[in-house]
Design a protein around this ligand. Structure first.
Ligand code: MG
Length: 168
């Protein structure tokens, strides 16, 4: 039987990213500035949630990862607003004839508590992607003080995205 997948009008992708926390840096997460004494060590603004979401979208079309598209050796991306990277990734998806369906993001962070920021993250990410906020899910968890997240050393994010092929 022929593989039906090449003609399947849906594709899914997953993304994963980790960033280390350090004092005195701004914390950007899901496109939102979080009030915290710590921020993420990174070449860009360190928005680990957006980076995982970018990788999920790129994964849908087997387009590699954000390190390939926006290398951290390139001075253009130094301190870059990750919303710009997400906008560029969405454009890559649309250029190929696909539209973004929905995305689901899980953020593992011990502190600060970020639940209050989730509505703003969903609205911000939806606006950047040009889709409805009810198509963006953001969930947050601690790791019950276990592992590097639990020790407050870093943040870990998983993202899943679904895209659909625009009928020709
Ligand atoms: Mg990253």
């Amino acid at each position: 039987m022929a593989n039906p997948l090449p003609s399947c009008p849906f594709r899914v992708g997953n993304g994963y990213d980790v960033h280390q926390l350090a004092e005195g840096l701004p914390m950007w997460l899901g496109g939102v500035r979080i009030d915290a004494p710590l921020g993420f060590v990174a070449h860009s603004d360190g928005d680990v949630a957006i980076h995982a979401l970018c990788d999920a979208l790129l994964g849908c079309l087997a387009l590699g990862d954000i390190g390939h598209h926006f290398p951290d050796t390139d001075a253009r991306w130094k301190g870059a607003d990750s919303k710009g990277l997400l906008r560029a990734v969405a454009a890559l998806v649309r250029e190929r004839g696909w539209e973004i369906g929905n995305a689901d993001i899980t953020i593992a962070l011990q502190r600060p508590k970020i639940a209050a920021y989730i509505p703003q993250m969903r609205a911000t990410l939806a606006e950047v992607l040009g889709i409805a906020p009810d198509c963006i899910s953001v969930k947050a968890t601690t790791t019950e003080r276990l592992g590097f997240v639990g020790r407050g050393e870093g943040c870990q994010v998983w993202a899943t995205a679904l895209i659909w092929q625009v009928p020709a």
